[in-house]
Design a protein around this ligand. Structure first.
Ligand SMILES: *Cc1c(COP(=O)(O)O)cnc(C)c1O
Length: 468
């Protein structure tokens, strides 16, 4: 040993797992996909999962559980009250997040619903870097206003700021001083930050920013809540990009981040490696008591929330695994790898690539198609037709509006390709890049779409379209 020199072409990063259990994916012909797409009215939300080869619709609840998680499932204690599995879950959440009260919910929005029911209400304002859709909806449902205060760099797709999820502290300070109409801070019941900033492209928030936001809110006596769905990916970006954190573990970084907050909402369908699950965590005894009272109304008894004992076991295990450095390195490298391949081809994406997805700029992919003919929807349709791949439109179908029969486009025409965790291999990612490369070569032939049927709200889920 030691005398021989090997010069093997070792990849810099390999998938940090081997596969114990597999699931076949279904291949279709282009002809079949043409018919499937027509039958789905050119809306990939209406395609059956079984007809999709590679599903990049979301990274939520689509992750692969580990052998240890499946093993933990069998040890679940289904006691209605005082379940041993809850004890394990609570201890793990406390270890990482550090909050006193841990309230399990069936997913993230249930935690949001309970929190907003307590702190929201007409006339109130809840600031965030960028509210996720369900957070915004739960805030607005109470009559309160959901205010986005992300830094300006976070809104520019070409800006290479390392922490484009940061909240603009000067704007927060101004809000606290003046209220939104001179009403003062009484109308701001909590302040939030979302890590990573999903709506802004999966962009991270720096520790310095979390600290500053925390100090600003605490000085005003306002509780600080972190929407922590992708906390592990955020911790990894801090380790990579922020001075002073290279030698810390992702867990230490997460612990420090949450030490500046008074509570957290969490979807364990993201960085919990769960197919379902969430929680609300709080330090304040009184708030926690109110939250538990609401929990019993809709989710269940406080030692299981909306979850089975076996889920709680698998999630406690998942929270440990998601902080593994090899996993996080592979996760972010995979996104970067896909982003680089597309960029080399000439495809414009939101830069720098975030933690869980690549966001393609369809406006610059199909410049001949106006927003009122849905270029991002054309992209997701072509992606399915060409390769059986499903992405999601974040453009004028989702955010545009039809007023008196006239379409008004949205500001951005993005396509999100979200990668489920530990599900697809590098060969799958290469295939995705190859399909988009084909599409790029044929991009001038693409034509627009029109909406033929739509619902009054959240039309993107059910809209029916046709080629113009
Ligand atoms: C997914 C998500 C939520 C909501 O969680 P669900 O489990 O889908 O209800 C809230 N905030 C962010 C940032 C998310 O990504």
């Amino acid at each position: 040993m030691g005398q021989l020199e090997y010069n093997l072409p070792m990849p810099e990063i390999i998938e940090p797992f081997r596969i114990k259990s597999v699931e076949p994916i279904r291949f279709t012909t282009r002809e079949q996909r043409d018919k499937i797409l027509k039958d789905a009215k050119y809306n990939p939300f209406l395609i059956d999962g079984d007809d999709v080869l590679i599903d990049l619709l979301t990274d939520s609840g689509t992750s692969a559980m580990s052998a240890a998680q499946w093993g933990a499932i069998m040890t679940g204690d289904e006691s209605y009250a005082g379940s041993r599995s809850f004890k394990r879950f609570e201890a793990k959440v406390r270890e990482i997040f550090g909050f006193k009260h841990v309230i399990p919910t069936h997913q993230g929005r249930a935690a949001e619903k309970i929190l907003m029911a307590i702190v929201g209400g007409a006339g109130k304002i809840i600031p965030n870097n960028h509210h996720f859709d369900t957070t915004r909806a739960n805030v607005e449902f109470t009559g309160a206003q959901a205010l986005d205060l992300v830094i300006d760099e976070g809104k520019d797709p070409d800006n290479l700021h390392p922490f484009k999820g940061n909240l603009d502290v000067a704007k927060l300070q101004r809000l606290l001083e003046t209220g939104n109409g001179g009403l003062g801070k009484g109308q701001i019941p909590i302040g939030m930050i979302t890590v990573t900033n999903n709506t802004g492209g999966g962009q991270p928030v720096s520790m310095a920013n979390v600290k500053e936001v925390s100090a600003t809110l605490r000085k005003a006596g306002i509780p600080f809540i972190i929407d922590s769905c992708r906390f592990a990916e955020n911790a990894w970006f801090i380790k990579q990009r922020e001075p002073g954190y290279a030698d810390k573990t992702p867990k230490e970084i997460a612990q420090e981040m949450f030490s500046y907050a008074d509570g957290a909402t969490m979807s364990l369908k993201k960085d919990g490696f769960g197919n379902i699950g969430g929680f609300l965590a709080l330090n304040d005894d009184e708030l926690a008591e109110q939250a538990r009272n609401l929990l019993i109304l809709t989710e269940g008894f406080p030692t299981y929330g909306g979850l089975a004992g076996r889920d709680l076991e698998a999630l406690a295990q998942g929270l440990d695994e998601v902080l593994d450095e090899h996993y996080l390195e592979d996760r972010t490298a995979t996104i970067r790898y896909l982003a680089n391949k597309l960029t080399e081809k000439g495809v414009k994406i939101v830069q720098p690539p975030g933690g869980h997805a690549v966001y393609i700029d369809a406006k610059r992919f199909y410049p001949q198609i106006p927003a009122t003919q849905f270029p991002a929807q054309v992209f997701v349709n072509e992606l399915y037709l060409e390769g059986g791949i499903r992405g999601v439109e974040i453009g004028s179908v989702m955010f545009g509006k039809c007023v008196d029969g006239v379409e008004h486009g949205a500001d951005r025409e993005l396509v999100r390709l979200a990668l489920p965790r530990r599900v697809y291999t590098q060969a799958h990612v290469n295939y995705v890049a190859d399909v988009i490369s084909e599409m790029y070569d044929k991009r001038e032939e693409a034509i627009g779409l029109k909406i033929v049927k739509q619902a009054p709200f959240l039309r993107h889920f059910t809209a029916e379209l046709a080629p113009v």
